[in-house]
Design a protein around this ligand. Structure first.
Ligand SMILES: [Zn+2]
Length: 428
C-alpha cells in the first residue's frame, strides 16, 4: 500500500530534524522478498519505504520488531507519528485522514503477522507516486490545426493564437479567469464578446484583425478590463474612429493604433494619464487634440498622417461629432468647473458619474477652464506645429507639419490673445 502525504523526519537521539519542514512524500508498506531459508521457504520481510523529492531512491525501515511507537491520537485530523527503533527516527505524517487510517490498519495487520491484500506490494519495486504535473500556464497556437479540440486548460495565464483565421473570440477564451496576457493578432476577428471585459488582462494584442468592420466596443466597457489593462494593440484593424470607451482605461501605458483610418483623436484622451507610448502612424489624422499636451508621453509616433489646416466643413463636422446629444444643465458645468479648479479629489461614489466624466473628459481651454463639448461660445481653433513640450520623443513625417486643435472657452478669454501671439493661427 502507498499513500501520498507530507512527512517530517525527526531523529529521537539527536533531536535533529532530518527534514527541516514537512516534505511532499510517498510512504509505502509491503513485503520484501528475500532469499530462501534453510527449509526452502521464501522469507517475507515487512518494510516501509519513504520517498520524497530529495530522496528518490527512498529510505527503508524494517517494521517487524522495529516499531518504537505509533501515535494515532490525531488520525481524524490526518496526522500520525510512526517511530522506529533503528534508525531512531520518528516520521511525522500529514495525510488525507481516510488514507492515513487505511495505512495504519495495514501496518497493524502487518505487525500482527497477517497477510493482507494491502500488503502485497513488492517493496523492492515500490516507487514514489508521481506528483501532479505543474499546471499549464502558457499556450501558443500558431496555426489553425493546433487549436485544442478538448478546450483550453483553466490554469492558463498567457494565451497566444496567431494566424488561425479566427472570426470571433470564443466564449471559452473569455472565461479563462487566470488569463493576464492574450494575443490573438493576425486573425480575422470582427467581434469580441462582452465577457472579455470581465477578465483582468494586463496585455491585449488584437493587431491585424477586422474590428473596424462592426465597431462594436461593448467589451471595452467591462470594469475589470478597464482597470487592469496596461498594453493594448489595435493596429491594422480598419478603425475609422477612436473606440469611445477606451478613454476610461486609466492604467493604459502603451496604445498601438498604427495602420488604421483614424482622422482624429478625442479631446477626452487627456483622461489616459498613465499613457507613455502612443502609436498612431499611418492613419489619416488631420490634427491632434491639444489635450495630448496634458499627458506625460515618452513616445508619440504620428508618422505618415495627413495633417492639414481647417476647412469650415470639417470644423462643423467635428463640432457635431464632439457635441453630446444632451447638453447638461449649466449647473453641471459650473459644478464641474469648481471641482476642477479646486482640484478636489474624486473618489468613486462621491460625485455623480456624469460630473466625473465631464471633469475628466471635456476639452480644456488653454486658460484651464473646462469647456463642455464645443458649445457655441467655445471656439475651436487649429494651430500649426504646436510646441508639445511634455512629449519626450515625437516621430512624424518632416514633409508634413503637425496641426493641433485647441478649444477656447470664449471670445473674451485671454488665451485667445496669447494664442495669436504664440502660433500662426488658422481660423475656420
Ligand atoms: Zn479660456
Amino acid at each position: 500500500m502507498k499513500i501520498l502525504c507530507e512527512v517530517q523526519v525527526v531523529n529521537r537521539t539527536t533531536q535533529a530534524n532530518r527534514t527541516p519542514r514537512p516534505l511532499k512524500s510517498t510512504l509505502a508498506i509491503g513485503y520484501k522478498q528475500s532469499a530462501r531459508d534453510a527449509n526452502g521457504n521464501t522469507k517475507k520481510e515487512l518494510e516501509m519505504v519513504l520517498f520524497s523529492g530529495q530522496n528518490k531512491t527512498g529510505s527503508r525501515y524494517k517494521v517487524r520488531d522495529n516499531i518504537h511507537a505509533v501515535h494515532t491520537k490525531f488520525v481524524l485530523d490526518g496526522k500520525a507519528t510512526i517511530g522506529f527503533l533503528q534508525p531512531p527516527e520518528n516520521l511525522l505524517i500529514k495525510c488525507d485522514p481516510i488514507q492515513l487510517k487505511g495505512f495504519l490498519q495495514t501496518l497493524k495487520l502487518g505487525m500482527d503477522g497477517k497477510d493482507a491484500i494491502n500488503l502485497r506490494l513488492n517493496i523492492a519495486a515500490a516507487t514514489a507516486i508521481p506528483q501532479k504535473a505543474q499546471p499549464q500556464v502558457r499556450m501558443v497556437i500558431s496555426k489553425r490545426s493546433e487549436y485544442p479540440i478538448k478546450g483550453f486548460p483553466r490554469t492558463l495565464k498567457s494565451l497566444t493564437i496567431n494566424n488561425s483565421q479566427l472570426v470571433k473570440l470564443s466564449f471559452e477564451v473569455c472565461s479563462l479567469r487566470n488569463l493576464t496576457k492574450l494575443d490573438v493578432s493576425g486573425n480575422k476577428i470582427t467581434k469580441i464578446p462582452p465577457e472579455l471585459g470581465r477578465l483582468a488582462l494586463t496585455s491585449l494584442h488584437l493587431g491585424s484583425n477586422c474590428l473596424g468592420e462592426l465597431n462594436d466596443w461593448c467589451w471595452l466597457r467591462g470594469t475589470k478590463l478597464s482597470q487592469s489593462l496596461g498594453e493594448l494593440d489595435l493596429s491594422s484593424n480598419g478603425l475609422t474612429h477612436f473606440p469611445p470607451p477606451l478613454v476610461k482605461f486609466e492604467r493604459l501605458v502603451s496604445l498601438n493604433l498604427n495602420h488604421n483610418l483614424l482622422s482624429r483623436l478625442p479631446f477626452a484622451i487627456r483622461r489616459l494619464q498613465a499613457l507613455r507610448k502612443l502609436h498612431v502612424c499611418s492613419n489619416k489624422l488631420e490634427s491632434l487634440p491639444a489635450a495630448i499636451e496634458d499627458l506625460h508621453i515618452d513616445l508619440l509616433d504620428v508618422w505618415g498622417n495627413c495633417f492639414k489646416a481647417f476647412n469650415a466643413e470639417a470644423a462643423q463636422q467635428l463640432a457635431q461629432q464632439t457635441a453630446a446629444a444632451n447638453t447638461p444643465q449649466p449647473l453641471w458645468l459650473k459644478a464641474a468647473r469648481s471641482v476642477a479648479n479646486y482640484k478636489l479629489p474624486l473618489p468613486a461614489g462621491s460625485v455623480p458619474a456624469v460630473l466625473i466624466e465631464l471633469i475628466c473628459e471635456a476639452p480644456k481651454c488653454l486658460c484651464g477652464q473646462l469647456c463642455y463639448a464645443l458649445r457655441k461660445e467655445d471656439l475651436l481653433q487649429r494651430v500649426v506645429q504646436p510646441k508639445f513640450t511634455n512629449i519626450k520623443n515625437l516621430t512624424y513625417s518632416r514633409e508634413h507639419q503637425i496641426y493641433a486643435d485647441v478649444v477656447i472657452c470664449g471670445p473674451g478669454c485671454s488665451a485667445s490673445v496669447q494664442l495669436k501671439a504664440l502660433f500662426s493661427l488658422m481660423f475656420p
